[in-house]
Ligand binder design. Structure first.
Ligand SMILES: CC(C)(COP(=O)(O)OP(=O)(O)OC[C@H]1O[C@@H](n2cnc3c(N)ncnc32)[C@H](O)[C@@H]1OP(=O)(O)O)[C@@H](O)C(=O)NCCC(=O)NCCS
Length: 168
């Protein structure tokens, strides 16, 4: 499942990434744009990885990957494919620590994940859901060649999200 790009290595998460996950999931930008996963301790972060991300690898063959810098191995974000109950299609998701924004890392990793979705997992269609106010993420989706399709709600009480899609 490991993917190498020009500047990045995308690899499966392991339990010892709990520290990084604790930081990333508590970034105000993560809580604002993606949601509050309620991960407050290292033990919460390990459970999040074990029951969510890592269990997706076994269940679906894919999942969110740790995005690391090729040169140092430092974890800077996450990017990968997600299968949610609430959506029929597989969606792409990503989030990065703010100090690594605006360097093209989101696009570089998402582009590599899309290639893997097509070539390794033989997916014909990938979607993405995004808060309409999240201009940065919408720009990444548009750069990937995805198009706005419709508004959706993931649950009854959720806000309206934009659903983007692409045929691979
Ligand atoms: C959204 C996010 C992933 C963008 O990551 P990034 O690494 O800064 O994105 P990139 O550097 O690859 O930028 C890709 C394009 O989007 C543009 N972009 C990035 N952030 C932007 C912003 N806030 N406003 C407008 N454009 C933006 C870039 O300029 C670039 O376009 P260009 O090549 O035409 O200049 C990052 O801000 C983040 O992690 N946010 C918090 C989590 C989140 O919102 N995840 C997405 C949930 S749907």
């Amino acid at each position: 499942m490991q993917i190498q790009t020009e500047r990045l290595v995308l690899r499966p998460f392991i339990l010892s990434d709990a520290n990084f996950i604790l930081d990333l999931l508590n970034e105000p930008s993560f809580i604002q744009n993606i949601g509050d996963r309620g991960v407050r301790t290292l033990s919460d972060a390990e459970k999040y990885l074990e029951n969510g991300t890592i269990s997706s690898y076994a269940k679906n063959g894919f999942g969110l990957l740790a995005v690391t810098l090729n040169e140092t191995g430092e974890a800077i974000g996450m990017c990968g494919l997600i299968k949610r109950e609430a959506l029929e299609d597989v969606d792409i998701g990503y989030a990065f620590l703010p100090k690594f924004w605006s360097k093209g890392y989101a696009f570089e990793s998402a582009q590599a994940v899309m290639k893997q979705a097509k070539e390794n997992f033989r997916l014909r269609r990938v979607v993405a859901i995004v808060d309409p106010a999240n201009e940065g993420s919408i720009r990444v989706l548009e750069k990937l060649g995805m198009s706005f399709e419709k508004m959706v709600k993931l649950s009854k009480d959720d806000i309206d999200l934009k659903l983007f899609s692409i045929s691979l």
